[in-house]
Ligand binder design. Structure first.
Ligand SMILES: [Zn+2]
Length: 310
């Protein structure tokens, strides 16, 4: 019987005789059963308290979507954001504070589920690496994700939670087999290191590309209200979104394909985005790891930008 779980006791004003008999019985078997149920429900409750999702959170589109998903599914959450010397650190921090306030307003469950937000300063590392590789790294340093994921493990004392998950927000369609710190080879190695340290690697966005994420947010107005406040820009100066960096271009891809280009945070300008149009056009001529849907979304945006200009 499929519906057996739906039995409700709401309509029972008086305990039926057959049930009263069972409850009063001296039958040890029944007493044991009752004890088992009690223990089981206690265990489930304690299990809930020992499970936690730690999310590296930059107030970007992807990691903010992960955070909302975690809260919506009732996960206890700790967020961590890293000052690794990025030139947009001030903008990122400002956005973090703004979105944090918005989430507490729109997601009442965050009051009990969102346990902590931590800021970790590893900017010394960026300086050291820039000295080592002068002129090479403007926005990020080599193996940034690896560093962040290893640092994230230090946030939680080992014995506090039995089930510790680290949610890494890499999206579908941009994961090469090898090379770089988002590849399958990389993720497999991270999962191995995590499991040695009793962490579980969770990839909540692995089935979604940027367009899917924007569409997911659009399903609920309170989600989109938050998602459209996220920040994706590499530039540290001027407006929240410069509209002329690779991160801005990639943000635009998602917003354009989800038909909400006006909410992407800047007005697209063909001339400013031309370098990335050229970059993707030449990348797609060679063998590449982009998924067909990701490629299609980028081509559609390029078509829009080129024809808007005519
Ligand atoms: Zn930008």
């Amino acid at each position: 019987m499929k519906n057996y779980m739906k039995i409700s006791t709401k309509k029972l004003t008086k305990i039926p005789l057959y049930l009263a008999r069972v409850l009063d019985s001296d039958n040890n078997q029944i007493k044991l059963e009752q004890l088992r149920v009690k223990e089981y429900s206690k265990k489930i409750t304690s299990l809930r308290g020992t499970r936690i999702a730690i999310i590296p959170w930059s107030a970007g589109l992807d990691s903010t979507a992960s955070l909302l998903m975690a809260l919506e599914s009732g996960n206890r959450v700790i967020t961590v954001n890293f000052n690794y010397g990025q030139q947009y650190w001030n903008k990122e921090r400002e956005t973090i504070n703004k979105i944090r306030q918005m989430i507490f307003k729109r997601y009442p469950q965050a009051l009990s589920l969102w346990l902590q937000h931590k800021e970790v300063d590893i900017s010394w590392l960026d300086k050291a690496l820039k000295k080592e590789f002068p002129g090479e790294w403007q926005h990020i340093f080599p193996m940034r994700n690896f560093t962040i994921l290893m640092e994230v493990m230090k946030v939680i004392p080992i014995n506090n939670y039995k089930y510790r998950e680290i949610w890494f927000s890499c999206v579908q369609g941009e994961i090469p087999f090898s090379g770089g710190d988002k590849s399958i080879v990389f993720l497999t190695e991270v999962a191995r290191i995590f499991s040695l340290n009793k962490f579980l690697l969770v990839l909540p966005l692995i089935g979604l590309n940027k367009t899917d994420i924007v569409k997911w947010a659009l399903n609920k107005s309170y989600r989109f209200e938050i998602i459209k406040e996220t920040i994706s820009c590499f530039s540290g100066k001027g407006e929240k979104h410069c509209g002329s960096c690779l991160a801005c271009f990639n943000r635009l891809v998602g917003y354009y394909s989800a038909a909400v280009v006006k909410n992407c945070g800047f007005i697209p300008n063909y001339n400013l985005l031309k370098p990335f149009i050229d970059k993707y056009k030449s990348a797609f001529k060679k063998e590449n790891y982009y998924s067909p849907s990701r490629k299609n979304d980028i081509f559609n945006l390029i078509y829009f930008l080129e024809n808007k200009n005519l």
